[in-house]
Design a protein around this ligand. Sequence first.
Ligand SMILES: NC(=O)c1ccc[n+]([C@@H]2O[C@H](COP(=O)([O-])OP(=O)(O)OC[C@H]3O[C@@H](n4cnc5c(N)ncnc54)[C@H](O)[C@@H]3O)[C@@H](O)[C@H]2O)c1
Length: 351
Amino acid sequence: MSISTDFANLKDKVVVLTGGASGIGASTVRLFSIHGAHVVFGDLALEAGSALVASLSPASPESTLPKVTFVPTDTAIYADVVRLFKTALALHGHVDHAVACAGVLTPGADFFALDQNVESVELKEPDTSTLDVNLKGSMYFARVALVYLRHVPAQDSLEAAKEQRDSKDERGIEREKLDKSLTLIASDMPFIGVAQAPLYQISKMGVLELMRVLRPLFQSPLSGHFLSPDEEVEGRQKVQIRVNAVCPSATVTPMIGGLSEAWQAAGLHINTPEMIGQVILRLAAFSEIATDGGIKKKAYGMALDVVGGEAWDIEEGLERSMGTWLGERGKETVLGARRLFKGMGEAVWDG
Ligand SMILES: NC(=O)c1ccc[n+]([C@@H]2O[C@H](COP(=O)([O-])OP(=O)(O)OC[C@H]3O[C@@H](n4cnc5c(N)ncnc54)[C@H](O)[C@@H]3O)[C@@H](O)[C@H]2O)c1
């Protein structure tokens, strides 16, 4: 995916993000803000969050809205996640894009420590807080985001309905649905095959699966509706929510510390946080993108592996090569099961 600075359509969009005080999240907050979006971000790190807000330029003189707002948030606490979105709605009236970036990388290797015995394994319940932040936190975020992204207050809905009626072309074709997005941050680490950070790896594979669970739901007709009480407003504009995951390879942030030197010394490509931020912005800004795999497609249901700034859609590769990695019988079974569940009225991802 080529780096682009053409993000004009992000101007005045409202973005809610977690983990915005450091690393990839902070770069993403900066980039959204530079391109004119209003950002409401949550993080545990109070000082760093406030410092980032202070470092970004204030709202334009004619605007009374704050451009960037920090809300102290623990993404593992459901009420905090709700408060983050509530704040964005109260400040800006709607939410356009949501990015779940908060994460922790704790080694956690002692979870399956080989020196455990029947006494020691009983002594202390293991620490699973990494799962709480990375996986449960992303699930909380997605649950709340998908409601707030669809929520349009009554007045806006009427205006959107009017806009839509006014915007039919001469052939009477309605203009596109309101384009919104949810981006989850997974990782390429589960593919590497080390057992270095089991809780982290399991949580990130879970985040990838979270995207896979959501994408069939939001390609269904449900995604074309507002949830507001005035849902039946005639001719109201519909909303589409594009759900995607980004799977960064090693990225120079406090999370990986000194590993970045060893990584580069081994001749491996590394990302800067800005590179990941660019990919996240691209997923929010464009409903169709071309990855470095060369295929231009709807930016929906993708899992973008990002290495040295280049992005590849893992999901597209998995679909295309299914017969190779799953075997022909396995492939036929998966495709047959999709048809079966579809026939039963289930939401099924159609690849
Ligand atoms: N750096 C990498 O190599 C890399 C690779 C793949 C994926 N990722 C993912 O990218 C995301 C961002 O990581 P980063 O590298 O920028 O790390 P980082 O440590 O620089 O930033 C993570 C941010 O999340 C915040 N955070 C942690 N726990 C939180 C909680 N419970 N509630 C709210 N905020 C919390 C931290 O305070 C911090 O500001 C993470 O999800 C991480 O797993 C990073």
